[in-house]
Write a protein that binds this ligand. Structure first.
Ligand code: PFF
Length: 447
């Protein structure tokens, strides 16, 4: 197994924060969070989400950081190296498989975002028939853009930790924030936006106690913080022992929450603006449109109704989506790539190539087979596999891993932590509260 000097390392705290926040902030925030909020009755969902992200998300994220940096390895390597970890090796492989499946469907959706970005650009150049071809709902343009998106991800990963992940995350994340703020400010000035703000920020009490709300909020928290599948473990394994992991984890959680909240301020008012301009935003049951329908029908209709300026807004929006997606997809591809590099001594470029080809082929199968397979993969990975893996990580960090090793790891970069209140509370969460909550919500989803 390689030592950390040959594996690569982030050169600064900023590099690590941007890479971890980049992994967390993605389509899940800008698309998933607002639509889940809309479907689950507005502010009640936001509240449940905030509670869950701190009770479940943050403790688990920190556990992943600790395991990753302590072992200086990918999840499988970590379970091999850490005492007591052997029985968890299959969980490492399940994580690797899960993240590969997530990568495949994610690149497919991200490819569509890229297609719409290119389409808006072609529209600006008055190349309408090209633009229409690019954004049509057919497998051929989908496949082309999924492949292009894969190639971008692949190029960044094959350049390594410092010249790939760190360099591109620190460039793209600030750009993402600026584009987001510009769009929020613009949309809030349009007619109909205030009604959307009400729908977003006022709770619908009739929906607050529905079990579905908690299940959705948990799934959303897991996906949004990239938990369970080992992406965060791998990123932490590249960070220096001088970094304060508790603070880093908190910053990443907060950044993820802030961007999700901002995305809600963008998407939900935008839907009501579209309604004010004559687009249907409710389905036959009276629920707000969500999923593909929202992004690829409602929002494009809104952009169309904004006249010439709409093409520019559309280009900016889909660029934002594509950027958010790529900073997440790189952390996904890094998990299997780092396994090959660490455990099988495959050179990075080759490792990336192998991983890229395997999961690209999977993406092709999903793209060509259409909605049923896509839905199945999304449900299996995000609703079942991710929470299950999260549960196993809690069991490992809370019950199996040596407490002194954990304290030592957390003290590195934060020397006072051993005697702090935090060190009394966090283990209780990882041992009892977080796994029990995961289990409860998880079991409820079977009922
Ligand atoms: N957190 C990403 C999002 O919210 O879009 C998705 C994700 C990234 C999931 C990385 C899993 C992962 F390993």
């Amino acid at each position: 197994m390689k030592d950390h000097n040959t594996r690569g390392q982030f050169t600064s705290s900023l590099g690590f924060i941007m890479a971890a926040a980049g992994s967390a902030i993605g389509l899940g925030n800008i698309w998933g969070f607002p639509t889940q909020t809309a479907m689950n009755g507005g502010a009640g969902f936001v509240l449940a989400y905030i509670v869950l992200i701190f009770l479940i998300g943050y403790p688990l994220l920190l556990a992943e950081f600790v395991i990753g940096r302590y072992a200086q390895s990918n999840p499988i390597g970590a379970y091999m190296k850490i005492k007591g970890g052997r029985p968890f090796i299959p969980a490492g492989f399940l994580g690797l498989l899960t993240v590969g499946f997530v990568l495949s469907f994610y690149c497919m959706v991200a490819g569509k975002m890229l297609a719409h970005f290119v389409g808006s650009f072609l529209e600006m150049l008055q190349l309408s028939s090209w633009a229409q071809w690019v954004v049509q709902d057919h497998w051929s343009p989908s496949l082309i853009f999924t492949t292009v998106f894969f190639l971008f991800t692949w190029m960044i990963i094959s350049a390594g930790v410092k010249n790939g992940i760190e360099k591109w995350s620190t460039r793209l994340m600030p750009l993402l924030l600026v584009l987001m703020i510009v769009l929020v400010v613009y949309v809030l000035t349009l007619d109909g936006a205030s009604q959307g703000l009400k729908a977003y920020l006022l709770p619908d009490f009739s929906k607050i106690l529905r079990p579905q709300l908690l299940i959705s909020a948990l799934g959303q928290a897991f996906f949004s913080l990239s938990l369970g599948v080992g992406g965060m473990m791998v990123l932490a394994s590249y960070t220096s022992k001088r970094e304060n992991l508790t603070r880093m984890g908190l910053l990443v959680t907060l950044a993820d929450l802030v961007i999700a909240f901002l995305a809600g301020l963008l998407i939900i008012p935008a839907m009501y603006v579209a309604a004010a301009n004559g687009t249907a935003i409710f389905d036959a049951q009276g629920n707000l449109t969500s999923g593909m329908e929202l992004i690829f029908r409602v929002l494009p209709a809104l952009f169309d109704s904004l006249g010439n300026f709409g093409v520019l807004v559309s280009a900016v929006f889909f660029l934002l989506m594509s950027l958010a997606a790529i900073t997440s997809s790189i952390s996904m591809m890094e998990v299997p790539a780092s396994y090959l590099v660490d455990n099988k001594a495959v050179p990075r470029k080759q490792a990336t190539f192998i991983v890229g080809i395997i999961f690209w082929l999977l993406a092709v199968v999903i793209t060509v087979n259409g909605d049923w397979l896509f839905g199945l993969v999304v449900t299996a990975t995000t609703q079942y596999s991710q929470p299950l893996l999260g549960l196993l990580i809690c069991i490992f960090a809370g019950w199996v891993m040596d407490r002194n090793a954990i304290i030592k790891e957390l003290s590195s970069g934060n020397p006072q932590i051993g005697s702090s209140l935090f060190m009394k509370i966090w283990p209780i969460f990882v041992k009892f509260i977080t796994p029990l909550l995961i289990l409860m919500v998880f079991l409820q989803s079977f009922l």
